[in-house]
Design a protein around this ligand. Sequence first.
Ligand code: TYM
Length: 334
Amino acid sequence: MFDKNKKLIFSGIQPSGTFTLGNYLGAVINWNKLQDDYNCVYCVVDMHAITVKQEPAKLRQNTLEAYALLLACGIDINRSVLFIQSHVKTHAELSWVLSCSTQYGELGRMTQFKDKSLKHADDINAGLYTYPVLMAADILVYNADLVPVGIDQKQHLELARNVAQRFNGRYGETFIVPEPYIGEVGSKVMSLQNPESKMSKSDDNVNAYVLVIDDKDTIIRKFKRAVTDSDTEIVYKEGKDGINNLMTIYSAVTGDSFDKITADFSGKGYGDFKLAVGEAVADKLSPIREEYLKIIADKDYLKKCYTEGAEQALRLSQRVVNKVYRKVGFVDKV
Ligand code: TYM
């Protein structure tokens, strides 16, 4: 299925159910585009999800929904490998080996660990701490060249690069040191209610985020309520976080530059602009929503897709684990 002359992309997304406009513009929209020029491997990372408390039935449902939504967003199983992380054992196997090439101190510096430890103070488990090692394994087990992510994952990716370099230094050239791929627009979509923090589905305020499967009325309502400043001009400028965020979203969805947006909305107020952003986003997302509703209702099709995806992923990654096991000195299995 893969072309040997093309580079390999890997990326993953947590199954917090159907995902947000932030996930879509920061990552998944690029996953889709990159399928033309790269061999792509994409994954719903359910094993990462259990680093915070999950209700088992809900996690199962969320994982299927996230998988179905990736299909609806255009991830094409005839061109790309799309699977569920816990179906492919090589991720956990490599993770253990890599944890022995990761320093305790470097994991403690991860801002996501610090943030999540504060948020889940009653359950600071070892998995939360070693989360970036599993993420490094996800990437390195396919010897990925490029990893499309939003800005918030950059530090984790830097750690994956360090681990790959350390392992290569100790055992000889084994891993490709992966590069991040961060899109120019949309790599950090902010909350609609507090534009100084990232848009996230775990926000308590549902108006802070837009879900890819929200219907048109809901999307427009959320944009109308978006927090902005007391200025009136639609221009990208320091200190105007709310408007900057709306302009970023509009630009990512329509392809218009900031200058064009400013010119087009000259003389109009924030209200008009918020409505225009809401409509543009709703138009972009509505075909995805329709496709999603069809796919999620077809459990047999979903099962066929993720089963085949896992088989392909295992075939690709088993070779790397075999090589790593040999390099570290494990006895060959007959
Ligand atoms: P996750 O599930 O939090 O997010 C999935 C992708 O969406 C991006 N993203 C955003 N981009 C722009 N604006 C936002 N508000 C926003 N919120 C999220 C994230 O940067 C990410 O690219 N640890 C990862 C999942 C993972 C992974 C991997 C990614 C596990 N293994 C290997 C790449 C490679 C995570 O929690 O992403």
